[in-house]
Design a protein around this ligand. Structure first.
Ligand code: UN1
Length: 513
């Protein structure tokens, strides 16, 4: 089967050639070669529901073959010194820089987010590469004083072997970047299954990594990629050759993944649903808050896990902020995500649009009052209106994550009440407060403040930098990816006690015969 039949490709998609894509693409990168023996699927443009290209997904045989090659490659990769592995990741950063605009365009085309966000997503991987290069010289262990004479204790960090990465459609390549950059410098091979609806991004991203591996005469299987659905995800979760499975997706599926991985004593790293609030106090810079809410609630058409879903306004500024926000919402340009000036692109699939419609019905039935939007846009794409709903924080729908440009607004009287509302949902990913008062800021970030993994002040809930650890508590799954000391999850810790004397003193002073 020919991998690229460019002649049948529409003109607007011709840029795909630049990142190695054709009208029919093999979806598995196995042992340095492209293949695919599973079902043939179509990648669809969310702006018009027309086919962009075809992809051949993985079969179980493809999976097995890929895993075998990956396990072999792991033996080689873990022996390469960490700073040398860092050098490969540095080259990956450069390869991504060279293709930033093409890849960003593809993210926008296939996922549906606006071009600036598509490019931003690829930039996030480049930032991760830079971070990981530095990290490759800082995978430091420690020396611990031993209580025994002529003994020393060391803590060293070793690779796990293979890290499985299952990513979602909303960040179809950045989340691979968070995991893979760190996993690779830590000495692990990576097995990646991207979202079934963003296979072209999975393939294009893999081709860039493959190019770097090839150039350095390294086994292609250091990154093993499968396009596929839940069956491949399940195979990864069950596979005892994969000590760590990083999963991004819904709380419901994440719980299933965790249980399967737990059963075999594997480790899982979960980035699950968010339900993020912005609190605006009555001393806040309201203009800053409005701009932040716009980006956080409308950006990526409300399909980030960090999207602001709940806006908590102090009663003294409630009407002022709401009026301003409604005014700003009227000016949001909805349309083709690739066109300049568009702020709101389509939802990712037809099914997401239907879910949005159903969600609105449920919201109304639970007493939600639609202040703007609340309907889909009749067109060939998956467009919906940006929506603001006035609702009680106790309504059941408020506890659920509904992907779409949907914002619940609610009123509060005191900081204590606002924090209680913030913490009252099952999820615990991101949160933000707008205030200038130090006493409020420090309460907010302290033990009785926000219970989320990301606790912001005067910035949106989304758009986190890669330098910090990214992830959330409660039903968000507890995982931490990207920066800070997240790398420790991608390694196993060895506590080594070395006796360099001739006696055998025992710990705790035990005298054993
Ligand atoms: C996600 O939605 O899965 O903080 C990740 C942000 C981005 C990552 C979002 N840096 O919004």
């Amino acid at each position: 089967m020919s991998e690229s039949k460019m002649s049948s490709m529409k003109k607007e998609y011709e840029f795909l050639k630049e990142i190695g894509l054709g009208s029919r693409n093999l979806g598995c990168y196995i042992n340095g070669l492209w293949q695919g023996n599973g079902p043939v699927i179509s990648s669809v443009n969310p702006a018009n529901n027309q086919r962009i290209a075809e992809v051949v997904e993985a079969s179980f045989q493809d999976y097995e073959e890929g895993m075998r090659a990956c396990a072999e490659a792991a033996k080689i990769w873990m022996q390469i010194p960490a700073p040398k592995r860092g050098e490969i990741v540095r080259q990956l950063g450069d390869a991504l820089r060279a293709k930033l605009h093409y890849l960003g365009r593809l993210v926008s085309l296939e996922m549906g987010k606006i071009l600036a966000e598509g490019i931003g997503e690829v930039q996030e991987i480049i930032d991760m590469c830079d971070f990981a290069v530095g990290l490759s010289r800082q995978l430091n262990g420690s020396i611990i004083p031993s209580e025994r004479p002529n003994h020393i204790m060391l803590e060293t960090w070793n690779p796990l072997g293979i890290v499985g990465v299952i990513t979602a459609f909303n960040f179809p390549c950045a989340v691979l970047g968070w995991n893979a950059c760190i996993a690779l410098v830590c000495g692990n091979c990576v097995v990646w299954k991207g979202a079934p609806t963003t296979p072209l991004i999975t393939i294009a991203m893999t081709k860039i990594v493959a190019g770097v591996l090839e150039k350095n005469n390294l086994p292609g299987a250091i990154l093993t990629t499968f396009c596929g659905g839940a069956e491949i995800g399940q195979a990864i979760a069950e596979d005892t050759r994969i000590p760590l499975v990083s999963f991004t997706g819904s709380t419901k599926v994440g719980l299933m993944v965790q249980q399967i991985v737990n059963q075999r004593f594997g480790k899982s790293l979960l980035e699950l649903s968010g339900n993020n609030a912005i609190i605006v106090m009555d001393d806040a810079d309201t203009e800053l808050a409005v701009r932040s809410v716009l980006f956080a609630a409308v950006g990526t058409a409300g399909q980030r896990c960090t999207t602001c879903r709940r806006l908590l306004l102090h009663e003294n500024i409630y009407h002022k902020v709401l009026e301003r926000l409604l005014d700003v919402y009227k000016q949001v340009k909805i349309g083709n995500p690739l066109e300049k000036g568009t702020l709101l692109g389509p939802l990712h699939t037809r099914a997401s649009r239907e879910n949005f419609e159903k969600g609105i019905q449920k919201i109304k039935s639970q007493g939600g009052k639609i202040l703007t939007g609340g309907n889909v846009i009749e067109s060939e794409g998956n467009f919906v209106h940006p929506t603001i709903v006035e609702i009680s924080p106790n309504a059941d729908v408020v506890k659920e994550e509904l992907f779409g440009p949907l914002l619940y607004v609610m009123k509060f009287q005191s900081l204590k009440e606002a924090i209680e509302i913030n913490n009252s949902v099952p999820q615990g990913l991101s949160s933000s407060i707008f205030t200038r008062k130090p006493e409020i800021i420090f309460k907010w970030i302290g033990p009785q403040g926000s219970d989320c993994g990301i606790v912001n002040v005067n910035i949106p809930t989304n758009g986190a930098e890669i330098g910090g650890a990214f992830g959330g508590e409660k039903a968000t799954g507890g995982g931490r990816e990207a920066g800070s000391d997240s790398w420790k999850q991608y390694m196993r810790r060895s506590t080594c006690t070395i006796n360099y004397g001739n006696e055998l003193p025992l710990a705790q002073g035990i005298n054993f015969g």
